[in-house]
Design a protein around this ligand. Structure first.
Ligand SMILES: Nc1nc2c(c(=O)[nH]1)N[C@H]1C(S)=C(S)[C@@H](COP(=O)(O)OP(=O)(O)OC[C@H]3O[C@@H](n4cnc5c(=O)[nH]c(N)nc54)[C@H](O)[C@@H]3O)O[C@H]1N2
Ligand SMILES: Nc1nc2c(c(=O)[nH]1)N[C@H]1C(S)=C(S)[C@@H](COP(=O)(O)OP(=O)(O)OC[C@H]3O[C@@H](n4cnc5c(=O)[nH]c(N)nc54)[C@H](O)[C@@H]3O)O[C@H]1N2
Ligand code: SF4
Ligand SMILES: [Mo]
Length: 724
């Protein structure tokens, strides 16, 4: 008899409610959950197609070891653990723990247990080589928050349900479904802004799906720092700032005003491509809107000035009186005694140490993934020699995949925890089979505070793990123990003491620390927790299990909370930290390289998910192919024809792709999706063709954004030429 199980999707950030049909321990299908209070019966094609990932014949379901001839063979878990443990121990004995490393990819953030155990292993082992997808995604946002608020994780989200003007920079939520913002049914929420008389303005070099549906303000790639500095200049010069808000919330405004004074719209036009009149009008509209929310996402993160741009977005919100206000940028509250706790106890932070290559500051303990290859190949103390990857495919996601792929072969040990033989781990010594999100219990760890409607949902396993798949935390726990590290016990003294103290307070818990025990404590002691019975209507796991579709915690995000959010001494937002003022001062004149006159940007597609859902027949229907969007004017000038392959070359590499001529991209801009060009163990994805666009990207130290270590993936100078 088939049964139906309530759960939620963990592919992307809205975390849409799903109903799984299960029969004989196998997933039969997934459908949207009509009873989910926020997604209300909505799910996208990827969520539904996850059934194909779950049941994919290409999934890795047993531990695999690479033989001398390069082929993988199946081994038992014990064989794998014993050999990995022995080889790891040898590396540690010879080179020290400094030689260990971990790269965790995007899907890891959707598993609380995976996240917690990586962190615990890294802290417990004193691991220096920690890398993640964050340096290709969002670390600039964290660093901007650190500078502004003294807290890496204090992230304002747009109060979508109450705003009159959403100023959206470098995001395409009609396709991405929203990011660093958890808002199911985002399309409806954006339409509702317009329906109640408000506006949605989309700043993007491409007339994206979202820009088409709302108002488009085209910008030249990587022009955002100049746009935002100019908007601030206009507001200051015209006396349109909210002086009461500035005085109440911040320090440093005079210094910021002086630093942006030279960025008049006339001077920044060469960078932004935006006419001065249009820019001034936009600035005034922001200042006069009753309630405006300012939001930026990957389009603002992956250029050359990611940290500055994220900073200026919030500065603009603050000086227009739209920070921590209804309908503006608002700060959600973490349901767990989690990240905030880890920051306060010093487990994670910013610039507590520097990378060996490039001297980059750590962000939440991690270094830029763009230097990982050179950390492997550069001799000397602290060289990276044993690497784990989990839920990541860096060969396709970080700059210069060829360099990384070659470097990986120099490792003494390379172990990957994944669902597939992907484009990175195909050369690993071991691939260890992970459970899918349907095969583990979960609760969203970093997304609660980003929810535009405060909400929480927990889920149990939907099916037992297929084959011999195991949860990442169990694998990490076992491997850590082989080198004498016990996650959450081998932590620095203070943290360890606090944690073990907490755990002992859990009724019925003993010595064994499991994710379930930890998260229950963190929830019960968190903002909405039951405080172990002290707060009668507070949250605990029993209550969450009794409400499988989730619980809406508040109608709106609370405002007037800046005092709680800001950790700087004095409790004020800092508008003029040296790092930002220096960066503003360093912005020079626009210099185009005549050899590479065009700019390349990224593109996300509704039926792709980074690099890992191209193996679904359902999503790949209709002979989907990898193409590059080119403006007809540029195509004509270069002699490139629609549908025909052409070459895109940067200073770092070149690729060939079929041209898709469209005026969706402005003249001078090329748009190419990442995550294609597969050579892993996936039959459908490999057959789909395409290329790794990140072969055009640079890992040179001078091309990595200095404050947050962000890879330069948008606005990359390129030229285009026909192929013979
Ligand atoms: N369908 C689908 N959904 C996804 C993903 C996916 O791969 N597929 N990935 C998920 C992940 S990991 C993330 S991080 C989120 C990302 O979520 P978003 O950031 O909303 O997604 P993108 O579609 O990359 O939107 C970035 C936009 O920035 C524009 N852009 C590029 N360069 C610039 C620039 O210099 N300035 C400005 N202003 N804009 C620029 C691009 O044209 C694009 O429209 O999406 C998530 N959701
Ligand atoms: N040019 C360019 N490059 C980009 C971007 C861009 O916009 N432009 N975007 C960047 C961004 S925002 C991101 S987030 C990165 C993503 O980059 P990565 O995180 O490095 O890679 P993904 O493509 O997300 O691949 C995820 C891997 O995890 C596996 N996986 C899926 N679910 C699970 C699970 O539950 N457990 C385990 N263990 N494995 C699982 C998949 O099989 C796949 O191999 O790409 C970045 N790269
Ligand atoms: S938008 Fe799609 S992929 Fe993202 S959580 Fe919802 S169903 Fe899953
Ligand atoms: Mo991402």
């Amino acid at each position: 008899m088939p049964t139906e199980v309530v759960t939620y999707c963990r592919i992307c950030e809205p975390l849409c409610g799903l109903i799984a049909t299960v029969e004989d321990g196998r997933l039969v299908k997934l459908r949207p959950d009509k009873e989910h209070p926020l997604s209300l019966g909505n799910a996208c094609p990827k969520g539904i197609a996850f059934a194909e990932v779950q049941n994919d014949p290409d999934r890795v379901l047993h531990p695999l070891r690479r033989r001398a001839d390069g082929e993988f063979e199946q081994v038992t878990w014990e064989q794998a653990y014993d050999d990995i443990g022995a080889r790891l121990k040898a590396v540690v004995d010879t080179h020290g723990r400094d030689s260990l490393g971990w790269y965790f990819g995007n899907p890891s953030s959707f598993s609380y247990s995976h996240t917690l155990w990586i962190l615990a292993f890294a802290v417990g082992s004193g691991m220096r080589h920690l890398y993640s997808a964050g340096s290709q995604d969002v670390n600039n946002r964290f660093v901007a928050s650190q500078l502004l608020y003294g807290s890496l994780t204090a992230t304002p989200i747009p109060d979508l349900d109450r705003t009159d003007l959403l100023f959206m920079v470098g995001a395409n939520p009609l396709v991405s479904h929203g990011s660093v913002m958890t808002a199911p049914r985002i399309k409806d929420k954006l339409r509702a802004i317009v329906d109640r008389g408000g506006r949605v303005v989309v700043v993007d070099p491409r007339r994206s799906e979202t820009a088409k549906a709302f108002e488009h303000l085209p910008i030249r790639p990587d022009g955002d720092a100049w746009l935002l500095a100019s908007m601030l200049q206009v507001l200051f010069a015209e006396g349109r700032t909210d002086s009461a808000a500035i005085a109440a919330q911040s320090v440093g405004v005079d210094r910021l005003r002086a630093a942006v004074a030279r960025f008049t719209p006339e001077r920044t036009q060469a960078f932004t491509g935006i006419a001065p009149d249009r820019l001034r009008a936009m600035a005034r509209e922001l200042a006069t809107a009753r309630r405006a929310a300012i939001y930026g996402r990957t389009g603002t993160c992956l250029g050359r000035q990611g940290t500055l741009v994220a900073f200026l977005l919030d500065a603009l919100a603050l000086v227009t009186g739209n920070l921590d206000r209804e309908g503006g940028g608002v700060f959600g509250e973490e349901a767990f005694l989690g990240l905030d706790f880890a920051q306060r106890t010093g487990m994670i932070g910013y610039d507590r140490r520097r990378s060996r290559i490039g001297n980059f500051p750590d962000v939440l303990g991690s270094f830029p993934a763009a230097v990982m290859a050179k950390e492997i190949t550069t001799p000397g103390k602290g060289r990276l020699r044993a690497l784990f990857t989990s839920a990541g495919n860096p060969v396709l996601s970080v700059p210069n995949g060829d360099e990384l792929e070659a470097a990986l072969t120099e490792l003494e040990l390379f172990v990957s925890i994944d669902l597939y033989v992907n484009d990175t781990n195909r050369k690993a010594d071991y691939i260890l089979p992970a459970t899918t999100f349907l095969e583990r219990d979960d609760i969203p760890l970093p997304f609660g505070a980003l929810s535009t409607t405060p909400f929480i949902q927990a889920t149990e396993r939907v099916v037992e793990p297929y084959g011999e798949a195991r949860e990442e935390w169990e694998i990490i726990d076992e491997i850590a123990k082989r080198i004498g590290v016990v996650p959450f016990v081998s932590t620095p003294k203070r943290v360890g003491a606090v944690l073990s103290g907490l755990i002992r307070r859990v009724p019925g818990s003993s010595a064994a620390t499991t994710p379930k025990v930890l998260i229950d404590v963190a929830l019960r002691l968190g903002a909405y927790g039951d405080r172990f019975g002290l707060r009668r209507d507070g949250l605990n796991m029993t209550k969450l299990r009794a409400n499988p579709h989730g619980i809406v915690l508040r109608e709106h995000v609370e405002t007037g909370v800046l005092k709680r959010v800001v950790k700087h001494k004095g409790g004020k937002v800092r508008l003029a930290p040296d790092e930002i003022i220096d960066t503003l001062a360093s912005l020079g004149d626009r210099q185009d390289d005549p050899d590479f006159p065009l700019r390349l940007i990224g593109l996300r597609e509704l039926k792709s998910h980074n690099s890992w859902m191209h193996n679904s027949e359902f999503l790949m229907r209709g002979n989907r192919a990898h193409t590059a969007r080119v403006n007809p004017v540029d195509a004509e000038a270069a002699g490139i024809e629609d549908g025909k392959p052409f070459r895109i070359a940067s200073a770092h590499g070149s690729i060939e792709l079929p041209a898709f001529l469209t005026d969706e991209v402005g003249a001078g801009t090329i748009a190419v999706p990442h995550g294609w060009g597969h050579r892993g163990g996936w039959q459908v994805a490999n057959a789909a063709g395409g290329v790794n666009v990140n072969l055009l990207m640079s890992t040179a130290v001078e091309d990595i954004e200095p404050l947050a270590g962000m890879a330069h993936l948008n606005g990359v100078p390129v030229r285009i030429e026909p192929v013979a």
